[in-house]
Design a binder for this molecule. Structure first.
Ligand code: ME8
Length: 521
């Protein structure tokens, strides 16, 4: 039987400059879900990519003295570019789409024409306040002190021929369906109150004021609005409207689009209206996540307040950075980033709780049993609580992972590691080791610790794939013992497992020294 499919996407990123830790937050979350779902047995399609058209890219290229395509190629595929970043962060995407790819552009022209033929797109006149240097239309409410919000210069009334999409026609349907696909529910209220209930307007979907975009093939001079181009990536990447791929029927409808909260409107209204108009089933879920903030403001390049994932991963390691992003922040809400929070979290959870547990346990098996436990092991009532907690962990973890409550899922895993550290203090293996008659009891204690480590590690695999491999190697867990099926039973690890000493997994970070070195970066 074919495996059930699971399709997850991130937004496609603007290659306007280097990506920061805020972009990494969403992409790591999607990667964690993709890895988790693969472990659950799904045939996963994990899509990410880049959104390469638009006036800003055209301008940046001009300023850099290169063509727009050369400009985006450098940021995407150049040294330390977006592809390098996702490789560094171990992002296991299945497909990477660039909106400058020929097959995508061909599909967009077909989509635009189909909507035009169905009268969902019509030609009209765009009227508004125009800023000539910025070549942009603004509405009254967008102006700042009556001037252009981008450059602060005067605007004047202007009219321009343009194509419009009949978004308004689908307002009622969207109001009816939104509660089924949009999460978290607070985002539904925002969309209803701010956009849908006051009345949805048709939206201008072509531009003539710049040229870096996909031409409307039946009306040269017009290019397709960048959001129509960008949103459609989720279906063109599967082969909708092109022959490059052939898995639209297999993976669509998408199981979840992860998007930042400022682009929820475009994904939960414009995209949905386009799909209804094209008679394509709707995505099962659009999940609007929160932002990483720096000093209370959204981290963003234009404000100059960003943190570089490259620098942070050099400091603490890729897996620790991935863990931090998923553990520290609730995916649905905003959260403040500071270097101090990062360092303290890694020290507390990874160096102290998990890392310590692994190194102490492995060291004791080596010291007391030459690295291999004896088969004879004697249990005790005191073991019950640890064993029950370990066996019950997966159900709690799974229910949180399914809700994208990564932070809660991870808090529970680390809680078990911390419980195991307490079990070491309660059972005092160093005391048992003094008396040869207590050897079988000592072996049972160490076995329970190794098995608890294994269970925690299986659940950490989607988050820290490389470190988990190292832990498995240290505790002698074979491939079969690295699956979710193997964590609801306690006692799967061979009783006489052999351990191997490994490097320190998560070295303790010297907070004040690192803070000094990081200051200003
Ligand atoms: O919006 N914290 O691209 P983009 C969390 N091309 N997430 C953040 C963030 C932060 N500080 N800063 C940015 C676009 N992001 C479009 C998408 S999809 C069809 C087209 C997130 O590069 C942001 O919320 O500006 C968004 O979801 C994503 O990065 C891409 O942002």
């Amino acid at each position: 039987m074919d495996k059930e499919t699971f399709y997850i996407s991130t937004p496609i990123y603007y290659p306007s400059d280097k990506l920061h830790i805020g972009h990494t937050f969403c992409t790591v979350a999607a990667d964690v879900v993709a890895r988790y779902k693969r472990m659950c047995g799904y045939d996963v399609m994990f899509l990410t990519g880049t959104d390469e058209h638009g006036m800003k890219i055209e301008e940046s290229a001009k300023a850099a003295g290169v063509t727009p395509k050369e400009f985006v190629d450098g940021i995407i595929a150049g040294e330390n570019g977006i592809l390098d970043l996702w490789k560094l962060m171990n992002i296991s995407y299945d497909r990477f789409i660039r909106t400058t790819d020929d097959y995508h552009m061909e599909s967009i022209q077909k989509i635009f024409r189909t909507l035009y033929d169905k009268d969902d797109i019509y030609k009209g006149v765009y009227k508004g306040l125009y800023c000539t240097p910025c070549e942009s239309f603004w509405t009254e409410s967008q102006l700042v002190d009556g001037k252009c919000p981008d450059c602060g210069r005067d605007v004047h009334y202007a009219e321009e021929e343009a194509y419009f999409f009949r978004q308004s026609k689908y307002a009622e349907k969207i109001i009816e369906l939104m509660p089924e696909y949009l999460e978290p529910s607070t985002r539904i209220n925002e969309m209803m109150n701010n956009f849908l209930l006051p009345g949805l307007e048709d939206i201008c979907v072509s531009r003539t004021t710049f040229t870096w975009g996909i031409p409307v093939d039946f009306d040269p001079g017009h290019i397709v609005y960048v959001w129509v181009d960008a949103l459609s990536n989720y279906i063109t990447a599967l082969g909708y409207g092109n022959d490059k791929y052939d898995d639209f029927d297999k993976y669509w409808p998408c199981d979840v689009h992860f998007v930042g909260k400022e682009i929820v409107r475009l994904h939960s209204i414009l995209w949905i209206a386009m799909l209804i108009a094209l008679e394509i089933p709707l995505p099962k879920k659009v999940f609007g996540h929160g932002w990483l903030l720096l000093d209370g403001a959204k981290m963003s390049k234009s404000k100059g307040n960003i943190r570089d994932p490259l620098i942070l991963s050099e400091l603490c390691g890729v897996d620790a950075l991935r863990y931090f992003l998923m553990r520290e922040y609730s995916f649905s809400s905003d959260g403040n980033f500071t270097n101090e929070i990062l360092l303290n979290r890694i020290n507390a959870d990874l160096a102290n709780d998990l890392g310590n547990l692994v190194s102490r346990t492995v060291a004791m098996v080596i010291r007391y049993f030459d690295g291999q436990l004896p088969m004879e092991q004697e249990s005790d009532d005191i073991d019950t609580e640890l064993i029950d907690n370990a066996m019950n962990l997966f159900a709690i973890y799974e229910s949180n992972m399914e809700k994208f409550a990564f932070n809660t899922a991870l808090a529970e895993v680390i809680k078990l590691a911390s419980r195991a550290n307490k079990y070491i203090d309660e059972t005092a293996p160093w005391e048992l080791a003094k008396d040869e008659e207590k050897n079988s009891r000592l072996a049972a204690v160490l076995y329970n610790l190794l098995e608890t480590i294994r269970i925690c590690t299986v659940m950490l695999m989607p988050i820290m794939p490389e470190s988990c491999e190292k832990i498995f190697a240290q505790i002698g867990a074979t491939d079969m013992l690295r699956s979710f099926e193997s964590v609801t039973t306690f006692g799967m690890l061979e009783r006489n497992t052999k351990v191997e000493k490994g490097d320190i997994l998560f070295p303790r970070l010297d907070v004040s020294k690192e803070l000094d070195e990081l200051s200003g970066k």
